[in-house]
Design a protein around this ligand. Structure first.
Ligand SMILES: Cc1ncc(COP(=O)(O)O)c(C=O)c1O
Length: 435
């Protein structure tokens, strides 16, 4: 099918849903037909450096051979099974996840998306603690199901009816734009103190949990200061509340360690994983300790979506972890991240509009500003740069509170040459955007 026909049919038969429709509406963008490694191809045969890794689920590279083999073999054995009885690939994946996590994170529940893994984390925390109140950061994004919209303050969530009650926004430690401390290096801890005070008051008692991402992704690639996470852990421990990490974007090797919590040294009580867990297939996991599992079970916790723990996707999950371990992809993530940051820092010397460079490994952000002194956000420039890059074969996304943060998630398969090619397109785009 060629582009014109695909777009015509899409207009006839699909409800428009794109989150980037204000920059390039879906019917003006490419229609993707195939992909390979770090490249996606449209109906006209044009190649794109996919620095979005699809929707960040193909970070192992599109069409990873190990995942292809698993799909082929497992599809002849068992693709779907009951969720009320165990199946072997489900048990194997749970054991594998326990083996790559640090104690006491040991027990898993499987789902199909990042949204349902986070919803399960909230449900587990509520059942385990017997409390309701949940804190989430003002720049949070944890999904677009009804309950995760409620804990996603960075996402548009008006006009969909009342959100889930007893959820409270707490300030994001956004060092580059911190209102409490203008020159961000480290954390002054004011966001934590205001956040906990708000949460205590709003909850009318100790909360059940706070959910955070170790690097906030859609909210603008904001790195959480380690001191903030250490302080949050302490405050929650004092209250008998749980710390939930959404590692959809930071887990499974992307930042150079298997999980972000291993780098920052602050462990959560519940961890959620999704995105490339299935190597391109839809599976997510919510991982917790024996203690959290036992408390939730004692209080009557149960769940089960029809496709949760499908053997086909569980097999893909185990294969994707093996791929990361066997090919030392964590090391490759560091190399990619270092090369990328060196190139972007060189661009920053030339272009005043590159305000801040953030992220690690395969999760990188560039915040565009009108000038570095005022730090006034430059969303129009970000949109122009995005459009030029897309037209010239580089895909990424634009995120953040001001829609001025360009987010890049290249797959592990990206070569040094492809990184250079992407930077070249990006530089041309910035030059063009500046007129
Ligand atoms: C950190 C984070 N959590 C959760 C989600 C939601 O995942 P899904 O779209 O698979 O429901 C996303 C999606 O981008 C995400 O970035």
């Amino acid at each position: 099918m060629k582009r014109d026909e695909a777009i015509r049919k899409a207009k006839d038969y699909l409800v428009p849903t794109s989150l980037l429709s204000d920059i390039v509406p879906a019917d003006e963008g490419p229609v993707i037909v195939r992909a390979d490694g770090s490249l996606s191809f449209d109906t006209e045969g044009k190649a794109y450096l996919d620095f979005n890794s699809g929707q960040m689920c193909s970070t192992l590279g599109h069409n990873n051979p190990r995942i292809q083999k698993v799909i082929e073999e497992q599809s002849k054995v068992l693709t779907h099974a009951s969720t009320v009885y165990y199946n072997v690939p489900q048990v194997e994946l749970a054991e594998k996840l326990a083996s790559i996590n640090d104690a006491p994170l040991k027990k898993s529940i499987f789902g199909e998306s990042g949204s349902d893994s986070n919803e399960l984390a909230v449900l587990l925390a509520r059942r385990a603690t017997g409390r309701n109140a949940i804190g989430a950061l003002t720049q949070s994004f944890h999904g677009l199901s009804d309950s995760t919209r409620a804990i996603s303050f960075a996402a548009a969530s008006t006009g969909y009816g009342p959100p889930m009650p007893d959820v409270h926004a707490i300030p994001t430690p956004y060092c580059y734009r911190c209102p409490y401390k203008s020159e961000g290096k480290g954390c002054c801890m004011a966001p934590l103190h205001f956040g906990m005070e708000t949460l205590d008051r709003m909850a009318g008692g100790p909360p059940a949990a706070v959910i955070v991402e170790p690097i906030i992704s859609a909210g603008g690639v904001i790195e959480m200061p380690v001191e903030y996470l250490q302080g949050l852990r302490k405050e929650l421990d004092k209250r008998g509340a749980l710390l939930l990490y959404d590692e959809a974007q930071t887990g499974l090797g992307k930042l150079g360690t298997m999980f972000a919590y291993q780098a920052c040294g602050v462990k959560p009580d519940v961890l959620t994983l999704s995105k490339h867990l299935g190597g391109g297939l839809a599976i997510s996991a919510t991982v917790c300790s024996d203690d959290v599992s036992a408390r939730a079970t004692r209080n009557g916790f149960s769940t089960g979506h029809s496709h949760a723990s499908d053997p086909l996707v569980c097999k893909a999950g185990t294969a994707s972890i093996d791929e990361i371990l066997n090919h030392d992809l964590m090391k490759r993530a560091v190399e990619i991240g270092d090369q990328w940051q060196a190139s972007i820092r060189a661009l920053q010397q030339k272009y005043e509009v590159i305000g801040d460079i953030r992220g690690r490994g395969l999760l990188q952000g560039i915040e565009l500003v009108k000038d570095r002194r005022s730090k006034d956000p430059a969303p129009e420039l970000a949109a122009d740069v995005y459009r030029y890059c897309l037209a010239n074969g580089l895909m990424f996304s634009v995120r953040g509170k001001y829609k001025n943060v360009m987010r890049f998630v290249p797959p592990f398969t990206t070569t040094n040459q492809q990184l250079d090619d992407a930077v070249e397109i990006l530089e041309k785009a910035i030059r063009k955007g500046l007129g």
